[in-house]
Design a protein around this ligand. Structure first.
Ligand code: 3H9
Length: 680
């Protein structure tokens, strides 16, 4: 028996060396007259797939599809001993083997569509032969991995074993030789309606993306043609998508996400793990933060002002727990254990010492300062103090705190237990050690951490404010909120700006505009429509059953009241309303956001353009397949961006100031992602 071990740390990604190694291993096994061959991986992973770093260069021989065609037709039985993740090309290796055994903790999948490509080494043709068309469509179309137990249940693997290599060594050779290779098997027949339903689900949930539909079409081929024909078509589609704009965008995000986590190593790692946390304020945000902390194993206390508020905080936390249970994300036992890690206190009750205190109270400077004043009186001066403010000046909040090095902004996004983004706001005095703790916390919470400097709204909400402002100006000039929402959804945003405001409540943004005194400022064009909705019409969004939309039985409908308001505002501003195409709306709002993002980069509030990409994607529903805001800007090109900004600025200089950085990028024909320190 030949035992082949893939050894390419950290995740055994398949690069040219691995492909050559596999070919050589087959030669050695045959030359040594091995009667069977086992393939496994060294370390925690089996094989995480093709090395995505190679995708930016032309494909190099030997190609994985050829290597695996050879493996699939090897004259001796082959066993894949899947010791950990088997993803993409990793699962394709397994599918080219005759027998598959996996460890209980292994996860298996074909996540290629999440990189904007299709499987390129037999996945779309061999998987349906193992599990049938419907399951294959789901697995390939959504790119989700499954656990070993499920893989066993659907027939993707033959066995689960704690030690897959030991198990493989003991498999009876006569049993093995009775198992037919997938290449010689027909795809099992499937119920047409079920298959059709699976296809429709994939298409519906991947709007805007190219790869999922193509991947599904390839799977369908496995039901209707010879494997050789299917493999050839798969290879051609893989090569076509490999260099596509969407694949580049997905890869950019994949590596940006990992780089964001790795950046934590720029700061000292905490001397000990965080175990206890205090969350001040148990509203929706505070309760969700507490739930997220408890989910990652911390003991959490929610502090509230009085018994009534504390009871509501308890209800908020229970509601989130119940949602987790009803969606099958938590078992009853897990929900109970999680609940036991959350306790409640009211002000003036004795508090235990905690490792970190996170304030999640009302967005008001005086309220927050009072909270920190009371916390410093009762907690040791080494406890990390964090504010979840979305806009307020972190330096001012820290100004009366002794030892302000321990003060940091931790800006969670709502719902805090679900949204992946965590803006870590570094104040003037925040110490590297505190940042190390913030990154460690982000890791424990499985969040994507992005470091931000201090400014109004930090990275995300500052860009959001500019987005809304650009959209409001469009309203004044003739667009409707309904057209703008439609345009932004068509662009790929999870929601349009007005439906999103209705969802979160118009009063929050109203209070924020008041704080910024927008009405009196001369440096921004003031559009009164949103303020009037709140002040004159008490339209606060879904919660008052009227906002930018009317709501009948919860269903949104265009509002004649809002249209009348728009027309009046345009009339007062002496603006003749005109029609906008969806693409004009998309262009304007994107250019406004890009301009704001460029200023944020120029001011050093964000350190890298990909940080801004992550913020927009994970906090605001920017489409992943576009690679984030500034990656998208790079696809437009700096020269074109500058030219368009100049046109807009000529018509309305107040609304369209052009950041210097855009001019510098255009004159050196550079991109945001290739930006160098000297350009910034
Ligand atoms: C494919 O297979 C195409 C084929 O069908 C056809 C070919 C012809 N490539 O995520 P982590 C790096 S497409 C290169 O932090 P975890 C990653 O950048 C591929 N590098 O760890 C990081 O590096 P660094 C389909 C990769 O434990 C380090 O490994 N496969 C790749 O949280 C650790 O990664 C996928 O899409 C890769 N494929 O999660 C799987 N994978 O330390 C993608 C990882 O320098 N990978 N790296 O920052 C994953 O889902 C997760 O990385 C995995 C581990 C679950 C494996």
């Amino acid at each position: 028996m030949a035992i082949v071990t893939v050894n390419n740390p950290p995740v055994n990604a398949i690069n040219k060396n691995v492909r050559c190694g596999l070919l050589e291993a087959m030669d050695v096994a045959l030359a040594g007259k091995a009667k069977s061959m086992v393939i496994t991986g060294r370390g925690k992973a089996f094989v995480a797939g093709a090395d995505a770093k190679e995708f930016d260069a032309p494909p190099q021989e030997p190609h994985l599809n050829d290597v695996l065609s050879r493996l699939a037709s090897l004259p001796i039985p082959t066993i894949c001993a899947i010791n950990g993740v088997a993803l993409g090309g990793g699962l394709e290796i397994a599918l080219a083997c005759r027998y598959r055994v996996a460890s209980p903790s292994a996860s298996l999948g074909l996540p290629e569509v999440t990189l904007g490509i299709v499987p390129g080494a037999g996945g779309t043709q061999r998987l349906p032969r193992a599990v049938g068309l419907t399951k294959a469509i789901e697995l390939v179309g959504f790119g989700k991995a499954i656990r070993a137990s499920e893989a066993l249940a659907i027939g993707l693997i033959h066995a689960v074993a704690d030690d897959p290599v030991a198990f493989a060594k003991a498999v009876d050779l006569t049993v093995l030789s009775e198992i037919e290779p997938l290449d010689l098997m027909p795809t099992p027949t499937s119920d047409t309606a079920t298959v059709q339903h699976a296809v429709e689900q994939v298409v519906r949930k991947s709007a805007g993306q190219i790869a999922p539909k193509k991947a599904v079409d390839l799977v369908l081929l496995a039901g209707s043609c010879e494997i050789s024909e299917g493999l050839a078509k798969e290879r051609a589609t893989f090569l076509e998508l490999r260099g596509s704009e969407q694949a580049r965008a997905f890869r950019h995000v994949f590596f940006a996400e990992r780089a964001a986590v790795s950046r934590g190593s720029n700061f000292p790692s905490p001397e000990r793990e965080l175990r206890t946390a205090l969350v001040v304020g148990g509203g929706n945000m505070g309760a969700a933060i507490a739930y997220a902390l408890a989910s990652s194993g911390l003991s959490v206390t929610i502090l509230e002002t009085d018994n009534g508020a504390s009871a509501r905080a308890n209800e908020n936390a229970d509601r989130i727990l119940e949602q987790g249970r009803s969606r099958g994300l938590l078992t009853d036992g897990e929900a109970q254990a999680l609940k036991a890690r959350i306790s409640h206190r009211v002000r003036h009750e004795k508090l235990e010492v905690v490792d970190i205190a996170i304030e999640a109270a009302f967005e008001d400077m005086a309220v927050k300062k009072a909270i920190f004043a009371s916390l410093i009186a009762i907690l040791p001066d080494t406890t990390i103090l964090a504010t979840n403010t979305s806009y307020l000046d972190v330096n001012e909040l820290a100004s009366e705190i002794p030892n302000p090095g321990r003060f940091v902004g931790l800006h969670f996004f709502s719902p805090a237990h679900i949204m992946k983004l965590l803006e870590i706001v570094r104040g003037d005095h925040t110490s590297p050690e505190t940042l190390g703790v913030a990154y460690a916390l982000a890791k424990a919470l499985r969040k994507v951490p992005v470091l931000s400097g201090v400014c109004d709204g930090f990275i995300g909400n500052r860009i959001l404010a500019r987005y809304r402002q650009a959209a409001d100006i469009l309203l004044l000039e003739g667009a409707t909120p309904y057209q703008i929402d439609e345009a932004m959804r068509a662009f790929g945003m999870a929601m349009g700006p007005y439906e999103a405001q209705d969802m979160s409540g118009l009063d929050i943004a109203y209070a924020n505009r008041k704080r910024q005194n927008l009405r009196k400022r001369t440096d921004v064009r003031y559009v009164p429509i949103a303020d009037r909705l709140v002040e004159n019409h008490k339209r606060l969004g879904r919660k008052s059953e009227a906002g930018w939309y009317d709501y009948e039985g919860g269903k949104p409908a265009q509002s004649p009241t809002v249209i009348a308001l728009l027309e009046r505002a345009s009339h007062e501003a002496r603006v003749e309303r005109r029609a906008f195409r969806l693409c004009d709306i998309q262009e304007r709002t994107m250019i406004a956001m890009i301009a704001e993002a460029a200023s944020i980069l120029e001011e050093g509030i964000a350190e890298r353009s990909e940080d801004i990409d992550l913020v927009l994607m994970h906090g605001y529903g920017f489409p992943r397949w576009r690679g984030g805001l500034l990656h998208y800007a790079d696809t437009i090109g700096s020269k074109k961006l500058l030219a368009r900004m100049e046109e807009l600025s000529a018509q309305d200089p107040i609304s369209w100031p052009i950041p210097d950085i855009i001019g510098r990028l255009a004159s050196s024909n550079s991109s945001f992602s290739g930006i160098s320190e000297t350009i910034v």
